[in-house]
Design a protein around this ligand. Structure first.
Ligand SMILES: Nc1ncnc2c1ncn2[C@@H]1O[C@H](COP(=O)(O)OP(=O)(O)O)[C@@H](O)[C@H]1O
Ligand SMILES: [Mg+2]
Length: 171
């Protein structure tokens, strides 16, 4: 990838965003900022859980801004369920005249999605694993995207294939 790009992941918890974001970060040597460890750090720092939903995005935007200002590409790993954060990424890319590439992860097979959520052990200090019931709540709030994007169904391909497909989309 030659042009400077802001790469934005989106998708429900357990849809495979972090797997993909980490693979692409390694494959293309692009820095990655992930919302969940940022939010967990805020909780460990004493902030209440109802104070950090928007704040964690603000931190990720600030970190991504710094990388773009320095001329780097950057990957952001977050659910991005509604218009407000999506608009923030559009305007950040525009600020630096960087390309914006959106990769939406879905796990179309609900049985697989649920099994992945229930088996996952991420070991993010201070952040418990999410329940399937909470994923269903988040699914009800998740708005469809209309932007041009790559949509990957992580229930039907191996991580290696998905990472290669994403890297190809970014080239
Ligand atoms: N294509 C895949 N094949 C097998 N397991 C996968 C695949 N994609 C993701 N996973 C696993 O599913 C779980 C959820 O993926 P994760 O990347 O943590 O989702 P998210 O970051 O969207 O919440 C993880 O344990 C991950 O290793
Ligand atoms: Mg994740």
């Amino acid at each position: 990838m030659t042009a400077q790009t802001l790469i934005v992941l989106s998708g429900l918890p357990g849809s495979g965003k972090s797997m993909l974001a980490e693979g692409v970060s390694r494959a293309l040597s692009i820095p990655l900022f992930s919302i969940d460890p940022i939010e967990a750090a805020m909780w460990r720092g004493g902030l209440k859980k109802d104070q950090t939903g928007i704040a964690a995005y603000e931190v990720a935007i600030a970190l991504a801004d710094e990388q773009l200002r320095l001329g780097h590409s950057v990957i952001v790993d977050a659910v991005n369920p509604i218009e407000a954060p999506r608009a923030a990424w559009r305007s950040l890319a525009a600020k630096y005249r960087a390309g914006l590439k959106i990769i939406e992860c879905i796990c179309a097979d609900e049985t697989i999605h649920r099994a992945r959520i229930e088996a996952r052990r991420r070991n993010i200090p201070g952040m418990p694993e999410i329940t399937w019931a909470r994923v269903l709540e988040r699914r009800a709030e998740y708005e469809p995207w209309t932007d041009a994007r790559l949509t990957l169904d992580t229930s039907i391909e191996t991580p290696d294939k998905l990472i290669a497909e994403a890297a190809n989309y970014l080239r």
